[in-house]
Write a protein that binds this ligand. Structure first.
Ligand code: C2O
Length: 341
């Protein structure tokens, strides 16, 4: 068994990145028997269009705010509730599940599981939000931090249900993000920081990501020797870097966004990952880049609760075509493409 999947009955206490004990398991023991295999949404259902968070209008923000407020008010027993959603991320980042058949811990960061697993998480999260307000066109926004126009925490995340009190104060908008932040303030002028960000994007997306493994991360398979610890370019930064940059430096692990176990409690997490998911699609569109074709990757599977609170088993091969998943990204200027040094 080289394919990865969690043993759902195994959820147990786990450790944060800082090695502190944490418990994120569902209230009731989950069973392997009770799941439905994933089915694509009807091909006639509307395409949900994900837009840049710095460009969405008032109506959209009000709609999303309503959906998120409802999600946050659901009881913890409900797998669609916001805290349960955040805990799914905690479970998979901190090793709260064992792997099926082997008992080694299962983790979804720092390897080729990174892109597809987060795509799945966002897919179900988005559908749950939409269903809570009866809107099957509802789409998450994306934090367009690779675009000079979007290189700060989007303003919408400073209000209502989108606010998170645990963010680094000196990094709130309009502070330009350092998308390659490494715990040290660079103190650049906004224009210089933007220029550095754009050049860095070119490296992470183009010159440093010419081989599939460099971009996607290392092959991680089930078993003792399986864990490889080789994140792809984008996962390392801007992904990790922005987690750290947003989180509160006063907290031991830069919670909320700065620590994986708490990251998904900050609503901006979903916009951050929406952009990462978009960049995966952008990278796949470049000539010469190709998907992983190893069946161990394609057949690895996970479980997520859908908008009907049903447990769904979904394989990586199910999430490679976003049109089949019925969502797409609004076009935005990938200006870093022209930033070849
Ligand atoms: Cu699963 Cu951005 O972390």
């Amino acid at each position: 068994h080289v394919v990865l999947s969690p043993n759902l009955t195994s959820c147990h206490g786990s450790l944060t990145d800082g090695d502190r004990p944490i418990y994120c398991c569902p209230p009731k023991r989950e069973s392997e028997e009770r799941f439905i295999d994933f089915q694509f949404p009807d091909s006639s259902s509307p395409i949900r269009i994900r837009s840049p968070a710095h460009l969405v209008d008032k109506e959209y923000i009000a709609k999303y705010n309503k959906a998120l407020t409802i999600m946050k008010s659901l009881p913890y027993e409900d797998p669609r509730s916001f805290l349960r959603q955040a805990h799914v991320h905690c479970i998979f980042c901190s090793g709260a599940y064992n792997q099926l058949h082997t008992n080694f811990l299962l983790k979804i960061h720092r390897s080729w599981l990174f892109f597809p697993w987060h795509r799945m998480m966002l897919y179900f999260h988005e559908r749950i939000l939409g269903s809570l307000i009866g809107d099957d066109t509802f789409a998450l926004p994306f934090w367009n931090w690779d675009n000079p126009e979007g290189m700060f925490i989007p303003d919408m995340y400073m209000n209502g249900s989108f606010l998170d009190s645990q963010r680094e104060r000196s990094h709130l908008p309009p502070q330009v993000a350092d998308i390659n932040f490494d715990y040290v303030e660079r103190g650049l002028d906004p224009e210089d920081q933007i220029e550095a960000n754009v050049a860095f994007m070119y490296h992470q997306m183009v010159s440093g990501a010419k081989k599939t493994e460099l971009f996607m991360g290392c092959p991680y398979k089930s078993g003792e020797e399986g864990f490889c610890d080789g994140p792809g370019t984008i996962e390392l930064a801007p992904h990790n870097a922005l987690h750290t940059w947003v989180g509160n430096t006063q907290n031991p692990e830069y919670e909320n966004l700065g620590a994986f176990y708490s990251a998904a409690k900050d609503p901006v997490f979903y916009a951050h990952h929406s952009n990462i998911d978009r960049l995966w699609d952008v990278w796949r569109g470049f000539r010469g880049n190709s998907d992983i074709n190893d069946p161990d990757w394609l057949d690895s599977y996970f479980y997520f609760y859908d908008e009907n609170a049903q447990n769904i088993r979904i394989r990586i091969r199910d999430v490679l075509d976003t049109t089949k998943l019925r969502y797409a990204y609004e076009r935005t200027d990938n200006s870093w493409l022209n930033a070849r040094p």
